[in-house]
Ligand binder design. Structure first.
Ligand code: FEO
Length: 392
Protein backbone atom coordinates (compact mmCIF):
# COMPACT_ATOMS: atom_id res chain seq x y z
CA UNK A 1 0.00 0.00 0.00
CA UNK A 2 1.15 3.53 -0.76
CA UNK A 3 3.09 4.50 2.32
CA UNK A 4 2.83 8.19 1.42
CA UNK A 5 -0.90 7.85 1.83
CA UNK A 6 -2.16 11.31 2.69
CA UNK A 7 -5.33 11.84 4.66
CA UNK A 8 -5.39 15.64 4.52
CA UNK A 9 -2.95 18.58 4.79
CA UNK A 10 0.23 16.51 5.24
CA UNK A 11 -1.43 14.14 7.69
CA UNK A 12 -0.37 10.65 6.59
CA UNK A 13 -1.61 7.17 7.39
CA UNK A 14 1.45 5.11 8.33
CA UNK A 15 -0.47 2.10 9.58
CA UNK A 16 0.19 -1.56 8.79
CA UNK A 17 -1.90 -4.63 8.12
CA UNK A 18 -1.39 -7.77 10.20
CA UNK A 19 -2.65 -10.93 8.54
CA UNK A 20 -0.20 -13.22 10.35
CA UNK A 21 -1.44 -12.92 13.91
CA UNK A 22 -4.10 -15.58 14.47
CA UNK A 23 -5.65 -14.28 17.67
CA UNK A 24 -6.00 -10.66 18.83
CA UNK A 25 -4.86 -10.37 22.45
CA UNK A 26 -4.08 -14.09 21.94
CA UNK A 27 -7.81 -14.88 22.26
CA UNK A 28 -10.08 -13.24 19.64
CA UNK A 29 -9.92 -14.73 16.09
CA UNK A 30 -8.48 -12.59 13.31
CA UNK A 31 -9.67 -14.51 10.27
CA UNK A 32 -9.76 -11.28 8.25
CA UNK A 33 -6.67 -9.77 9.85
CA UNK A 34 -6.41 -6.42 11.59
CA UNK A 35 -4.88 -3.03 10.83
CA UNK A 36 -2.82 -1.07 13.33
CA UNK A 37 -3.31 2.52 12.27
CA UNK A 38 -0.69 5.13 13.07
CA UNK A 39 -0.56 8.69 11.78
CA UNK A 40 2.22 11.10 10.92
CA UNK A 41 1.82 14.89 10.66
CA UNK A 42 4.65 16.30 8.54
CA UNK A 43 4.52 19.92 9.66
CA UNK A 44 7.29 22.33 10.77
CA UNK A 45 7.39 19.97 13.73
CA UNK A 46 6.77 16.29 13.02
CA UNK A 47 4.30 14.40 15.18
CA UNK A 48 3.29 10.75 15.18
CA UNK A 49 0.06 9.61 16.78
CA UNK A 50 0.39 6.11 18.30
CA UNK A 51 2.66 3.39 16.84
CA UNK A 52 2.07 -0.22 15.70
CA UNK A 53 2.56 -3.71 17.13
CA UNK A 54 6.19 -4.88 17.50
CA UNK A 55 5.92 -7.49 14.72
CA UNK A 56 5.60 -4.70 12.15
CA UNK A 57 8.28 -2.29 13.42
CA UNK A 58 10.67 -2.60 10.46
CA UNK A 59 7.97 -1.85 7.87
CA UNK A 60 6.70 0.96 10.08
CA UNK A 61 10.05 2.74 10.43
CA UNK A 62 10.58 2.50 6.66
CA UNK A 63 7.25 4.24 6.07
CA UNK A 64 8.20 7.09 8.37
CA UNK A 65 11.59 7.52 6.70
CA UNK A 66 10.02 7.57 3.26
CA UNK A 67 7.84 10.53 4.22
CA UNK A 68 10.15 12.67 6.34
CA UNK A 69 13.58 11.66 5.03
CA UNK A 70 16.22 12.98 7.42
CA UNK A 71 13.88 15.19 9.43
CA UNK A 72 13.52 14.16 13.06
CA UNK A 73 10.29 13.14 14.73
CA UNK A 74 9.56 15.78 17.38
CA UNK A 75 6.57 14.24 19.17
CA UNK A 76 5.08 10.81 19.69
CA UNK A 77 1.55 11.23 21.02
CA UNK A 78 0.50 8.16 23.00
CA UNK A 79 -3.26 8.00 23.05
CA UNK A 80 -3.26 4.38 24.24
CA UNK A 81 -0.63 2.07 25.68
CA UNK A 82 -1.92 -1.39 24.72
CA UNK A 83 1.05 -3.03 22.96
CA UNK A 84 -0.72 -3.31 19.59
CA UNK A 85 -0.18 0.48 19.47
CA UNK A 86 2.82 1.06 21.70
CA UNK A 87 4.88 -1.93 20.52
CA UNK A 88 7.15 0.11 18.23
CA UNK A 89 7.73 2.93 20.72
CA UNK A 90 11.13 1.70 21.89
CA UNK A 91 12.41 1.32 18.32
CA UNK A 92 11.02 4.74 17.40
CA UNK A 93 12.78 6.35 20.35
CA UNK A 94 15.98 4.54 19.36
CA UNK A 95 15.72 6.06 15.87
CA UNK A 96 14.68 9.52 17.09
CA UNK A 97 16.32 9.91 20.52
CA UNK A 98 15.17 13.52 21.05
CA UNK A 99 11.52 12.73 20.34
CA UNK A 100 9.19 13.87 23.13
CA UNK A 101 6.71 11.25 24.33
CA UNK A 102 3.35 12.93 24.91
CA UNK A 103 0.90 11.34 27.33
CA UNK A 104 -1.16 12.00 30.41
CA UNK A 105 -0.17 11.19 33.98
CA UNK A 106 -1.61 7.68 33.70
CA UNK A 107 0.38 6.96 30.52
CA UNK A 108 3.89 7.10 31.90
CA UNK A 109 3.75 4.23 34.44
CA UNK A 110 2.73 1.98 31.51
CA UNK A 111 5.66 3.24 29.40
CA UNK A 112 8.17 2.62 32.17
CA UNK A 113 6.55 -0.69 33.15
CA UNK A 114 6.33 -2.15 29.64
CA UNK A 115 9.46 -0.72 28.02
CA UNK A 116 11.70 0.69 30.77
CA UNK A 117 11.62 4.15 29.15
CA UNK A 118 11.95 6.90 31.76
CA UNK A 119 12.98 9.92 29.66
CA UNK A 120 11.59 12.42 27.13
CA UNK A 121 8.21 12.49 28.90
CA UNK A 122 5.89 15.40 28.09
CA UNK A 123 2.73 15.35 30.20
CA UNK A 124 -0.44 16.96 28.87
CA UNK A 125 -3.78 17.63 30.51
CA UNK A 126 -7.20 18.17 29.00
CA UNK A 127 -7.23 21.14 26.64
CA UNK A 128 -3.43 21.55 26.31
CA UNK A 129 -2.26 22.51 22.80
CA UNK A 130 0.87 21.46 20.94
CA UNK A 131 1.56 23.79 18.00
CA UNK A 132 3.22 21.97 15.09
CA UNK A 133 3.14 25.01 12.76
CA UNK A 134 0.07 24.68 10.55
CA UNK A 135 -1.48 21.97 12.69
CA UNK A 136 -2.37 22.18 16.35
CA UNK A 137 -3.00 19.21 18.58
CA UNK A 138 -5.28 19.31 21.58
CA UNK A 139 -6.13 16.54 24.00
CA UNK A 140 -9.25 15.01 25.50
CA UNK A 141 -8.99 12.60 28.40
CA UNK A 142 -11.21 9.55 27.86
CA UNK A 143 -10.20 7.20 30.69
CA UNK A 144 -11.30 3.56 30.58
CA UNK A 145 -12.14 3.50 26.88
CA UNK A 146 -10.94 0.81 27.52
CA UNK A 147 -7.73 1.24 29.56
CA UNK A 148 -7.10 3.82 32.30
CA UNK A 149 -4.71 6.02 30.30
CA UNK A 150 -6.79 6.31 27.11
CA UNK A 151 -7.12 9.76 25.59
CA UNK A 152 -7.97 11.24 22.19
CA UNK A 153 -6.12 13.87 20.17
CA UNK A 154 -7.96 16.44 18.07
CA UNK A 155 -6.16 18.34 15.30
CA UNK A 156 -7.89 21.71 15.23
CA UNK A 157 -6.88 22.98 11.75
CA UNK A 158 -7.93 19.95 9.68
CA UNK A 159 -10.50 18.86 12.29
CA UNK A 160 -9.27 15.30 12.58
CA UNK A 161 -10.04 13.25 15.67
CA UNK A 162 -7.38 10.65 16.44
CA UNK A 163 -9.62 8.43 18.52
CA UNK A 164 -7.34 5.46 19.37
CA UNK A 165 -9.39 2.21 19.69
CA UNK A 166 -12.74 4.02 19.82
CA UNK A 167 -14.55 3.83 16.46
CA UNK A 168 -12.19 1.05 15.37
CA UNK A 169 -12.82 -2.50 14.22
CA UNK A 170 -11.21 -5.80 13.23
CA UNK A 171 -10.33 -6.52 9.60
CA UNK A 172 -7.21 -5.66 7.62
CA UNK A 173 -7.52 -2.69 5.26
CA UNK A 174 -7.54 -4.46 1.90
CA UNK A 175 -6.64 -1.54 -0.35
CA UNK A 176 -9.36 0.85 0.76
CA UNK A 177 -8.58 2.71 3.94
CA UNK A 178 -11.31 5.38 3.84
CA UNK A 179 -14.99 4.81 4.53
CA UNK A 180 -15.85 5.81 0.93
CA UNK A 181 -13.45 3.21 -0.52
CA UNK A 182 -14.82 0.09 1.16
CA UNK A 183 -17.88 -2.10 1.42
CA UNK A 184 -18.90 -1.25 4.94
CA UNK A 185 -21.23 -4.26 5.35
CA UNK A 186 -18.19 -6.42 6.04
CA UNK A 187 -16.55 -3.84 8.28
CA UNK A 188 -19.73 -3.20 10.26
CA UNK A 189 -19.77 -6.84 11.37
CA UNK A 190 -16.07 -6.74 12.15
CA UNK A 191 -16.44 -3.40 13.94
CA UNK A 192 -19.32 -4.61 16.11
CA UNK A 193 -17.34 -7.77 16.88
CA UNK A 194 -14.42 -5.58 17.94
CA UNK A 195 -16.70 -3.36 20.01
CA UNK A 196 -18.44 -6.26 21.77
CA UNK A 197 -15.19 -8.17 22.36
CA UNK A 198 -12.81 -5.39 23.37
CA UNK A 199 -14.53 -2.15 24.35
CA UNK A 200 -18.05 -3.16 25.43
CA UNK A 201 -17.42 -3.65 29.13
CA UNK A 202 -16.73 0.08 29.31
CA UNK A 203 -19.84 1.22 27.44
CA UNK A 204 -20.65 3.77 30.16
CA UNK A 205 -17.21 5.35 29.60
CA UNK A 206 -17.85 5.38 25.85
CA UNK A 207 -21.07 7.29 26.49
CA UNK A 208 -19.25 9.74 28.74
CA UNK A 209 -16.59 10.32 26.05
CA UNK A 210 -19.21 10.81 23.33
CA UNK A 211 -20.81 13.54 25.43
CA UNK A 212 -17.42 15.19 25.94
CA UNK A 213 -16.71 15.16 22.18
CA UNK A 214 -20.21 16.28 21.18
CA UNK A 215 -19.26 19.94 20.70
CA UNK A 216 -16.28 19.25 18.40
CA UNK A 217 -16.44 19.80 14.63
CA UNK A 218 -15.14 16.36 13.64
CA UNK A 219 -14.56 16.09 9.88
CA UNK A 220 -12.40 12.98 9.97
CA UNK A 221 -12.35 10.14 12.51
CA UNK A 222 -8.98 8.40 12.50
CA UNK A 223 -9.02 5.35 14.81
CA UNK A 224 -6.20 2.91 15.49
CA UNK A 225 -8.02 0.00 13.81
CA UNK A 226 -10.29 -0.23 10.78
CA UNK A 227 -11.18 2.37 8.16
CA UNK A 228 -10.68 6.14 8.45
CA UNK A 229 -13.96 8.04 8.33
CA UNK A 230 -13.66 11.10 6.07
CA UNK A 231 -16.98 11.04 4.17
CA UNK A 232 -19.40 10.09 6.89
CA UNK A 233 -17.78 10.27 10.34
CA UNK A 234 -21.24 10.53 11.88
CA UNK A 235 -21.97 6.93 10.86
CA UNK A 236 -19.28 5.32 13.00
CA UNK A 237 -19.92 7.72 15.88
CA UNK A 238 -23.61 6.79 15.64
CA UNK A 239 -22.85 3.07 15.67
CA UNK A 240 -20.64 3.34 18.76
CA UNK A 241 -23.36 5.43 20.39
CA UNK A 242 -25.97 2.77 19.57
CA UNK A 243 -23.87 -0.14 20.78
CA UNK A 244 -22.81 1.60 23.99
CA UNK A 245 -26.48 2.28 24.78
CA UNK A 246 -27.20 -1.47 24.27
CA UNK A 247 -29.66 -0.78 21.45
CA UNK A 248 -30.52 -3.90 19.44
CA UNK A 249 -32.26 -5.04 16.28
CA UNK A 250 -35.22 -7.40 16.04
CA UNK A 251 -33.84 -10.92 15.91
CA UNK A 252 -33.01 -13.98 17.98
CA UNK A 253 -29.70 -15.68 18.71
CA UNK A 254 -29.90 -19.30 19.85
CA UNK A 255 -26.69 -20.67 21.32
CA UNK A 256 -26.38 -24.20 22.63
CA UNK A 257 -24.02 -26.89 23.81
CA UNK A 258 -24.90 -30.49 22.98
CA UNK A 259 -22.90 -33.71 23.38
CA UNK A 260 -25.09 -36.17 21.47
CA UNK A 261 -27.61 -34.00 19.67
CA UNK A 262 -30.60 -33.81 22.02
CA UNK A 263 -30.10 -30.16 23.03
CA UNK A 264 -29.24 -29.39 19.38
CA UNK A 265 -32.55 -30.93 18.32
CA UNK A 266 -34.37 -28.61 20.73
CA UNK A 267 -32.46 -25.60 19.33
CA UNK A 268 -33.40 -26.41 15.74
CA UNK A 269 -37.03 -27.04 16.64
CA UNK A 270 -37.26 -23.74 18.50
CA UNK A 271 -35.56 -21.84 15.65
CA UNK A 272 -38.15 -23.22 13.21
CA UNK A 273 -41.04 -22.11 15.44
CA UNK A 274 -39.59 -18.60 15.79
CA UNK A 275 -39.07 -18.33 12.02
CA UNK A 276 -42.58 -19.64 11.33
CA UNK A 277 -43.85 -16.85 13.52
CA UNK A 278 -42.27 -14.13 11.43
CA UNK A 279 -38.76 -13.45 12.77
CA UNK A 280 -36.38 -13.38 9.79
CA UNK A 281 -33.14 -12.97 11.71
CA UNK A 282 -32.76 -16.18 13.68
CA UNK A 283 -29.14 -17.23 14.21
CA UNK A 284 -28.28 -20.62 15.71
CA UNK A 285 -24.79 -21.32 17.06
CA UNK A 286 -23.23 -24.51 18.38
CA UNK A 287 -21.01 -23.06 21.11
CA UNK A 288 -18.49 -25.86 20.54
CA UNK A 289 -18.01 -24.84 16.90
CA UNK A 290 -18.27 -21.05 16.87
CA UNK A 291 -15.82 -18.92 18.85
CA UNK A 292 -17.45 -16.82 21.61
CA UNK A 293 -16.13 -13.74 19.80
CA UNK A 294 -18.77 -14.14 17.06
CA UNK A 295 -21.56 -15.25 19.40
CA UNK A 296 -20.99 -12.23 21.63
CA UNK A 297 -21.13 -9.93 18.63
CA UNK A 298 -24.41 -11.43 17.41
CA UNK A 299 -26.01 -11.21 20.86
CA UNK A 300 -24.89 -7.57 20.96
CA UNK A 301 -26.70 -7.07 17.64
CA UNK A 302 -30.05 -8.72 18.40
CA UNK A 303 -32.66 -8.18 21.08
CA UNK A 304 -33.29 -11.77 22.22
CA UNK A 305 -30.98 -14.60 23.21
CA UNK A 306 -31.94 -18.22 23.87
CA UNK A 307 -29.34 -20.28 25.67
CA UNK A 308 -29.35 -24.07 25.87
CA UNK A 309 -27.11 -26.68 27.43
CA UNK A 310 -26.94 -30.32 28.22
CA UNK A 311 -25.89 -31.19 31.76
CA UNK A 312 -22.18 -31.99 31.95
CA UNK A 313 -20.79 -33.31 35.25
CA UNK A 314 -23.63 -31.45 37.04
CA UNK A 315 -22.73 -28.16 35.33
CA UNK A 316 -23.34 -26.15 32.17
CA UNK A 317 -21.53 -27.63 29.15
CA UNK A 318 -18.05 -26.09 28.99
CA UNK A 319 -18.35 -24.27 25.66
CA UNK A 320 -21.62 -22.66 26.80
CA UNK A 321 -20.02 -21.77 30.14
CA UNK A 322 -17.40 -19.80 28.25
CA UNK A 323 -20.06 -17.84 26.38
CA UNK A 324 -21.86 -17.08 29.66
CA UNK A 325 -18.62 -15.88 31.24
CA UNK A 326 -17.91 -13.58 28.29
CA UNK A 327 -21.45 -12.20 28.33
CA UNK A 328 -21.27 -11.60 32.05
CA UNK A 329 -17.92 -9.83 31.68
CA UNK A 330 -19.18 -7.66 28.82
CA UNK A 331 -21.90 -6.15 31.06
CA UNK A 332 -24.44 -6.26 28.23
CA UNK A 333 -27.86 -4.99 29.33
CA UNK A 334 -31.43 -4.81 28.02
CA UNK A 335 -31.82 -8.18 26.35
CA UNK A 336 -34.57 -10.81 26.50
CA UNK A 337 -33.47 -14.33 27.37
CA UNK A 338 -34.92 -17.85 27.43
CA UNK A 339 -33.37 -21.10 28.64
CA UNK A 340 -33.58 -24.74 27.58
CA UNK A 341 -31.59 -27.96 27.73
CA UNK A 342 -31.39 -31.67 28.36
CA UNK A 343 -30.26 -33.91 31.22
CA UNK A 344 -30.03 -37.62 31.91
CA UNK A 345 -29.74 -37.80 35.72
CA UNK A 346 -28.67 -34.99 38.04
CA UNK A 347 -29.08 -31.99 35.74
CA UNK A 348 -26.99 -28.83 36.15
CA UNK A 349 -27.06 -27.38 32.61
CA UNK A 350 -30.37 -25.56 32.71
CA UNK A 351 -30.06 -24.64 36.40
CA UNK A 352 -26.59 -23.22 35.70
CA UNK A 353 -27.90 -21.03 32.89
CA UNK A 354 -30.79 -19.94 35.12
CA UNK A 355 -28.26 -18.81 37.73
CA UNK A 356 -26.50 -16.76 35.03
CA UNK A 357 -29.81 -15.16 33.99
CA UNK A 358 -30.59 -14.26 37.61
CA UNK A 359 -27.19 -12.63 37.90
CA UNK A 360 -27.20 -10.69 34.62
CA UNK A 361 -30.78 -9.48 35.11
CA UNK A 362 -32.08 -9.74 31.54
CA UNK A 363 -35.84 -10.06 31.13
CA UNK A 364 -36.96 -13.66 30.78
CA UNK A 365 -39.37 -14.89 28.14
CA UNK A 366 -41.11 -18.08 29.34
CA UNK A 367 -40.07 -20.67 31.87
CA UNK A 368 -36.93 -22.69 31.26
CA UNK A 369 -37.49 -26.03 29.51
CA UNK A 370 -35.46 -29.11 30.42
CA UNK A 371 -35.88 -32.50 28.75
CA UNK A 372 -34.80 -35.75 30.40
CA UNK A 373 -32.73 -38.13 28.24
CA UNK A 374 -34.18 -36.60 25.05
CA UNK A 375 -36.91 -34.12 24.12
CA UNK A 376 -40.41 -35.62 23.75
CA UNK A 377 -43.94 -34.39 23.11
CA UNK A 378 -44.15 -32.37 26.33
CA UNK A 379 -40.91 -30.50 25.59
CA UNK A 380 -41.79 -29.89 21.93
CA UNK A 381 -45.15 -28.47 23.05
CA UNK A 382 -43.39 -26.21 25.55
CA UNK A 383 -40.83 -25.16 22.92
CA UNK A 384 -43.66 -24.31 20.51
CA UNK A 385 -45.25 -22.03 23.09
CA UNK A 386 -41.87 -20.51 23.91
CA UNK A 387 -41.06 -19.86 20.25
CA UNK A 388 -44.40 -18.15 19.75
CA UNK A 389 -43.82 -15.98 22.83
CA UNK A 390 -40.30 -15.02 21.68
CA UNK A 391 -41.57 -14.04 18.22
CA UNK A 392 -44.54 -12.06 19.59
FE1 FEO B 1 -6.02 -1.70 19.85
FE2 FEO B 1 -6.69 -1.44 23.20
O1 FEO B 1 -5.62 -1.79 21.68
Amino acid sequence: MNCRLSIKDKIHWIGVNDRETTLFENYWPLEKGVAYNSYLINDEKVAIIDTVKFNKTTEYLEKIKEIIGDKPVDYLVVNHMEPDHSGSMLALLGTYPDMKIVGNKKTFPFIEGFYGITRNYMEVVEGDIIDLGFHKLTFYMTPMVHWPETMMTYETTSKVLFSMDAFGGFGALDGGIFDDEINYEFYEDETRRYYSNIVAKYSAMVQRSLKKLAGLDIQIVAPTHGPIWRSNPGEIIGLYDKWSRYEAEKGVVIVYGSMYGNTAKMADFLARIIAENGIKDVKVFDASKTHPSYILSEIWKYKAAVIGSCAYNTKVFSSVETVLAKLSNSSLKDRYVSVFGNKSWSGGGVSGINAFVDEIGWERIGESIEATYSPKDAEFKALTELGEAIAA
